[in-house]
Write a protein that binds this ligand. Structure first.
Ligand code: ZN
Length: 198
């Protein structure tokens, strides 16, 4: 038996398909939206479509941005010879929040995971290697300390070592399995300062 109208059911299904939204939250959000003024719902829908249409990858570091180059890459005051490799744009934002890192980034958009069938070609590794043909002094691997993050770090280390470019790994002050974005700034900075050669 269908408890709700088809429209509400469809809305609940769409919301429940989003990451981190369970069936109960989806219901709550759906009913909230039904009761919102029409203009607010239209603004929300338009904001989502606009973001989807206008956000793109920075042509240098591949983070999500509105411009051809993200604010970090277009900032000439940043140290463009030091590249920190992170798994996603949220991790980049976490390090940016510390305000202490002066280099630039490279966003992989994922990590190597044999279990999930994600290989080196499925993340932005080729793009990283292409950047190393320029002037680069150090690559700091700041992938998460999960199994996937460590696997990715080891792989990157092996790939870069032969080029002679210094490659380091942030210290494991970061708890195992911890997502960088949830870790406080002090811990992030300590992990950066305590980085070791890969
Ligand atoms: Zn960038």
């Amino acid at each position: 038996m269908d408890l709700y109208s088809g429209h509400i059911n469809r809305l609940i299904d769409e919301l429940a398909a989003l990451p981190g939204i369970g069936a109960k939250s989806a219901q709550r959000l759906a009913f909230h939206m039904i009761n919102m003024p029409r203009e607010k719902v239209e603004r929300l829908a338009k904001t989502m479509v606009d973001a989807r249409e206008n956000v793109r990858y920075c042509k240098e570091c591949y983070t999500l941005t509105d411009q051809e180059l993200c604010p970090v890459c277009s900032n000439r005051k940043r140290d463009h010879n030091t590249i920190m490799v992170v798994e996603n744009s949220r991790d980049l934002a976490a390090y940016e929040k510390t305000g202490k890192y002066e280099g630039v980034y490279h966003v992989l958009h994922g990590a190597i995971s044999p279990m999930l069938g994600i290989g080196p070609n499925d993340i932005r590794l080729k793009e990283l290697m292409a950047r190393l043909e320029g002037d680069v002094d150090e690559v700091i691997v700041a992938t998460n300390s999960s199994l996937e993050g460590e696997t990715t770090a080891m792989y990157i280390g092996k790939l870069i070592k032969p080029t002679g470019i210094r490659v380091t790994r942030i210290a494991s002050g970061v708890p195992v399995g911890g997502d960088l974005e949830y870790i406080d700034e002090v811990t992030l900075l300590r992990a950066l300062e305590g980085r070791t050669e890969l």
